[in-house]
Design a protein. Structure first.
Length: 291
């Protein structure tokens, strides 16, 4: 069975393992750096050859690997913000619609909705109190739910919001799947190529990208599950039947881990979209704790 992962850095490693590094990976450029103790890997897929090799669209994929025992939300948020700002490169007057994908009733899939509750949203403040908030970036948010509970594709809901709000770009937050259990809730991937919701768990929906939504689409997410077949293969075992192959594994304390990583993501997004503010400034506007 194929190894399942949403992380570009893991896809690159898988490709290298499959060829035993005897073939040069064409159409892909990778580089590594370190930001205040946080390892960062950037994988850029340049062309169709790179797309075919890694199974991901052309674009930049930036991955931060959070130190395993690091729980300083403020410090990690600053690291996320620094990389996200370099990816977005937005002018100050560019408006942003943030979309939190996922099912809030299923904890490993609730990253998107939970992150939205920690954001500093300003569109309504700018419209109603321009004297106080007119200098801020216009940011609004949406949690479209999932097809099973709404009966509507998330992309259709987002397209409707875009038609009315007319943002300059969309930032999508979603849960991902990883190859390695060690990367669950300790890895943050951001990309300028959009995202295909549900692809990591074999339930792909309509893609979120510039072609489908009409505006530039960026994504940020964290792995919260590992495919059971992938995990067993990593441990040197073998899945015996199709039922086992359809299972996904997540940590027993995923509730606490989701709360932690959502605080990191919300803080990083806030700092990236409102660079004139400090981390502590956002606590008064969030509906969920940022630490």
């Amino acid at each position: 069975m194929s190894i399942r992962t949403d992380l570009a850095m893991e896809a690159k490693t898988l490709w290298e393992e499959s060829t035993e590094k005897t073939t040069k990976l064409q159409g892909v450029v990778a580089k590594e750096r370190n930001i205040n103790g946080i390892p960062v890997t950037e994988v850029e897929i340049l062309d169709q050859e790179g797309e075919k090799a890694l199974g991901k669209p052309i674009g930049r994929y930036i991955t931060l690997e959070l130190p395993p025992n690091e729980h300083d939300v403020r410090r990690l948020s600053i690291g996320v913000a620094q990389e996200l700002k370099s990816l977005l490169t937005l002018p100050q007057n560019a408006s942003v619609l943030v979309v939190g994908l996922g099912n809030e009733a299923v904890t490993p899939d609730a990253v998107g909705p939970h992150c939205i509750s920690g954001l500093f949203l300003t569109r309504h403040l700018i419209e109603n109190m321009p004297a106080l908030f007119g200098s801020y970036r216009s940011v609004c948010a949406l949690t479209p739910g999932v097809l099973g509970t709404t009966g509507i594709e998330s992309a259709d809901i987002v397209r409707g919001a875009i038609a009315n709000v007319k943002p300059d770009c969309v930032l999508v937050i979603d849960a991902l799947a990883a190859r390695s259990a060690a990367r669950i809730v300790r890895t943050v991937q951001m990309s300028d190529s959009g995202i295909i919701p549900g692809s990591g768990v074999g339930n792909s929906r309509v893609a979120f990208n510039k072609e489908t939504l009409g505006v530039p689409v960026y994504s940020i997410g964290v792995p919260t599950v590992v495919d059971a077949a992938t995990l067993v293969a990593e441990l040197g075992g073998e899945v015996k039947n199709a039922k086992e192959a359809r299972m996904f594994v997540t940590p027993r304390d995923i509730d606490a881990q989701i709360q932690f990583i959502c605080a990191v993501l919300s803080g990083g997004i806030n700092l990236a979209l409102h660079p004139a503010m400090q981390f502590e400034d956002f606590a008064q506007f969030a509906t969920a704790p940022l630490s």
